[in-house]
Ligand binder design. Structure first.
Ligand SMILES: Nc1ncnc2c1ncn2[C@@H]1O[C@H](COP(=O)(O)OP(=O)(O)OP(=O)(O)O)[C@@H](O)[C@H]1O
Ligand SMILES: [Mg+2]
Length: 457
């Protein structure tokens, strides 16, 4: 947990901190620049307004008046003649002389900034020319002490530092919460998967939302549920198998014991051996069926689809099954009036029909009828196997496709059923991309309906 949230947190922090630093730096330099610019403009404007007065009255009295006015302000003024000789000044600082001497003599009417390097110099300085009759007669130099600007900037720096500190604290707090919130569902999912890998499928992941993380959590939950269902089904299946195998084995062992130990008449001996043979057949049939199902489960079941002419197919079915039906005093009617083709595995399709007809034979009485009808609806092929046999009670219907499920255990046993026939049929139909459903009324009959798609013309 720590690792992921730490990584996320660090990444967020670096990005946000970088952004904040850049923005603060940008804001700071823009603010300082514009502040200094304002000061320079104000200084220049003040100089220009002194110049305007002096242009009107360029005499000693006005000059000393202007100088006196400035001595009260936090700026200073120096008034010189054309040759830069000082006529009046509000400041006694000898440093200003240097500035005046270094200044150029060609000054535009609107004035000029002479010194603007507030970080290095003691003053920022502007100059405005005094003109009379189109001729320059002197200059007004304005001085602003940079200590004032520097203290202003340092106050600004302090405020920026404070704001930056608050922003960093705020960022860190948000990041801690955010990275934890992001990492939490991931950590939960990791715990869930390791729980699953240990064989405990009872995980419950809360739904976090419909984003990718939520989808992932849902998939893991689904996986756990499926695995849990499979585990349950497997153990149920194994217990059914052992139960189903035990019964015939008990018979075989019992009768074999009798045949071996007792002095039996030839007739009795024959009878018992027949039972042993029947049970052995049942066992091998069951093992064969189970093997088929296992192959389907493992997807190693080969379905070799070829176009099957269903008219031809039903003809063969009729020929194969009619004798068995006649022998049991029943009737079989097969109908496929149109030329219908289906892409399917011929052997598997026969296995499907065989299992269904075998059931109709087993669960009907003499005099009953069985119909097989093949029809085409739009692009679907529908095959129905319908009988007038004993039917299946409604409450049993949902289970008839389950493995080892038999409605009447004792009777079906006598008929040799293993309860795997319909399970195989269902898997085979699904392997062909089809669906199967059943309708039945007790003592009236049963109908299995299969729908296959994608027939070919
Ligand atoms: N046509 C039918 N009429 C009445 N009951 C049926 C019919 N088909 C299936 N059943 C009932 O459904 C149960 C399951 O059928 P399924 O074919 O899976 O097993 P089975 O016939 O008992 O054994 P197996 O087919 O493996 O030899 C049967 O035991 C029977 O009770
Ligand atoms: Mg059957």
């Amino acid at each position: 947990m720590k690792k992921l949230s730490l990584k996320l947190g660090l990444l967020f922090f670096l990005i946000l901190f970088g952004l904040e630093t850049f923005m603060f730096f940008f804001l700071h330099s823009t603010l300082v620049e514009s502040r200094v610019e304002e000061e320079l403009i104000a200084l220049q404007t003040r100089g220009n307004s002194h110049r305007a007065i002096l242009e009107r009255h360029f005499d000693e009295n006005t000059i000393s008046h202007v100088a006196l006015m400035e001595s009260e302000a936090n700026t200073d003024v120096v008034i010189t003649n054309r040759r830069k000789e000082i006529l009046g000044s509000s400041v006694k600082n000898s440093l200003i002389k240097g500035y005046i001497e270094n200044a150029t003599s060609s000054v535009p009417r609107e004035g000029q900034t002479i010194v603007d390097k507030w970080q290095e110099e003691k003053f920022i300085v502007t100059v405005s020319p005094i003109e009379q009759d189109g001729k320059q007669i002197g200059f007004v130099y304005m001085f602003q002490d940079t200590a004032w600007i520097q203290s202003l900037i340092s106050r600004l720096n302090e405020q920026f530092l404070f704001a930056g500190f608050i922003a960093v604290i705020f960022t860190i707090t948000i990041i801690i919460f955010l990275s934890k919130a992001l990492a939490k569902p991931l950590v939960k999912m990791k715990e869930a998967t390791s729980q699953i890998s240990k064989g405990d499928f009872s995980v419950s992941l809360p739904k976090t939302g419909d984003d990718e993380l939520g989808d992932l959590a849902q998939s893991i939950q689904l996986l756990a549920n499926d695995l849990s269902y499979l585990k349950e089904e497997r153990s149920e299946f194994l217990s059914s198998i052992s139960h189903e195998l035990r019964t015939p084995l008990t018979y075989i062992k019992g009768y074999a014991d009798i045949v071996q130990k007792r002095n039996l008449s030839a007739e009795e001996r024959n009878q018992y051996l027949t039972i042993i043979l029947e049970e052995t057949n049942r066992l091998s049939e069951m093992v064969k069926n189970l093997f088929d199902l296992a192959k389907i489960d493992k997807n190693t079941f080969d379905i070799k689809k070829t176009p099957i002419d269903l008219q031809d197919f039903t003809r063969k079915i009729t020929a194969k099954f009619t004798p068995a039906f006649i022998e049991n005093g029943m009737k079989l009617e097969v109908k496929c009036s149109d030329a219908i083709f289906l892409h399917a595995d011929a052997a598997r399709l026969e296995q499907i029909i065989f299992n269904l007809l075998d059931n109709s034979l087993k669960y009907s009485s003499p005099g009953d009828k069985t119909y097989v009808a093949v029809e085409k609806h739009k692009r679907q092929v529908v095959i129905r196997v319908k009988d007038t046999g004993k039917g299946i009670p409604e409450q049993e219907l949902p289970y008839v496709f389950n493995r080892f499920y038999r409605v009447d255990k004792s009777r079906t046993r006598a008929l040799g059923g293993t309860g795997l026939g319909l399970a195989i049929v269902k898997e085979l139909v699904h392997a062909h991309g089809g669906t199967i459903s059943v309708k039945s009324t007790e003592n009236k009959g049963t109908e299995f309906k299969m729908v296959f798609k994608g027939d070919i013309d």
